[in-house]
Design a binder for this molecule. Structure first.
Ligand code: GAR
Length: 204
C-alpha cells in the first residue's frame, strides 16, 4: 500500500528532507505530493523544489483560521493527499480541519509527550533537569501536542548541555524517527483505541 502525503510546514524543512530521502530510497511506501508553507521563506519550500515536489506558500494574512485551513484542505484534496504530515508547523489547526482528516494527521514534537507540550520543549527539559527527553510522533487531535502516540525516540540530556546542543541532538533523532513512524503508520493498519494506537502487526 502506498500513501499519498501532503506536508505542511513553517520552518527549515529538515524533517521533510529526510522524509523525501526515505521515499527516494524506497524505505517509505509513500509519495509526497505537495508541500504547503505559511512562511514565504520556509526552508521546506526550497527543499521541495530541490526534490521536484509541488510546493506552495499560502499567505495567512487577512484570513481567519477556518478560512486559511479551508484553503489548505482544497490544495491537499487537489493533490489527492490521504495522509497529512506536519513538520514544524507552528499554527494550531482548526477543529474542522482536524475532523476532516481525523486520525490522518501526523505531527512531530521535540519531547517525550505527554511531557513538555507547547513551545520550546528544549528549555522546558533543561529547566526540569530531566535526564532523558526525545521526540514523539503522534496523531493530531483537537488539543495541542496531545493525540495518540505513534512512535517515540529517547535522547539523553548531558550535564553540560545548552539549549542549542540539546536541540541539535533531538533533531538528529527526529530525522531517523519521523520516516520510521510514517512507515509504521502506513504499514501497521493502526486503530485508535481510547488514547492509544494499536497496530495490527504489533509494530509498537
Ligand atoms: C522540529 O524539531 C519539530 O520537532 C519542531 O519543529 C522542528 C521543525 O524542524 N516542531 C514543533 O516544535 C511543533 N510543536 P524542520 O522544519 O527542520 O523539520
Amino acid at each position: 500500500m502506498t500513501a499519498t502525503i501532503g506536508i505542511i510546514s513553517s520552518g527549515r524543512g529538515e524533517n521533510l528532507r529526510y522524509i523525501l530521502l526515505a521515499e527516494r530510497d524506497g524505505y517509505l511506501p509513500a509519495q509526497v505530493k505537495i508541500v504547503l508553507a505559511d512562511q514565504p521563506d520556509a526552508g521546506a519550500l526550497r527543499i521541495a523544489q530541490e526534490f521536484g515536489v509541488r510546493h506552495m506558500y499560502l499567505d495567512p494574512a487577512g484570513r481567519s483560521r477556518e478560512e486559511y485551513d479551508q484553503q489548505l484542505v482544497s490544495h491537499l484534496e487537489g493533490a489527492g493527499v490521504d495522509l497529512v504530515v506536519l513538520t514544524g508547523y507552528m499554527r494550531i489547526l482548526s477543529p474542522r480541519f482536524v475532523r476532516h482528516y481525523k486520525n490522518r494527521i501526523l505531527n512531530i514534537h521535540p519531547a517525550l509527550l505527554p511531557s513538555f507540550r507547547g513551545l520550546d520543549a528544549f528549555s522546558q527539559a533543561l529547566e526540569h533537569g530531566v535526564m532523558w527527553t526525545g521526540t514523539t510522533i503522534h496523531l493530531v487531535d483537537e488539543d495541542v501536542d496531545h493525540g495518540p502516540i505513534i512512535y517515540q525516540m529517547p535522547v539523553p540530556v548531558k550535564r553540560n548541555d545548552t539549549h542549542e546542543s540539546l536541540k541539535a541532538r533531538i533533531q538528529r533523532a527526529e530525522y531517523r524517527a519521523y520516516p520510521r513512524a510514517i512507515k509504521m503508520f502506513i504499514e501497521g493498519n493502526p486503530e485508535v483505541v481510547g488514547r492509544k494506537i494499536v497496530f495490527e502487526n504489533g509494530a509498537k
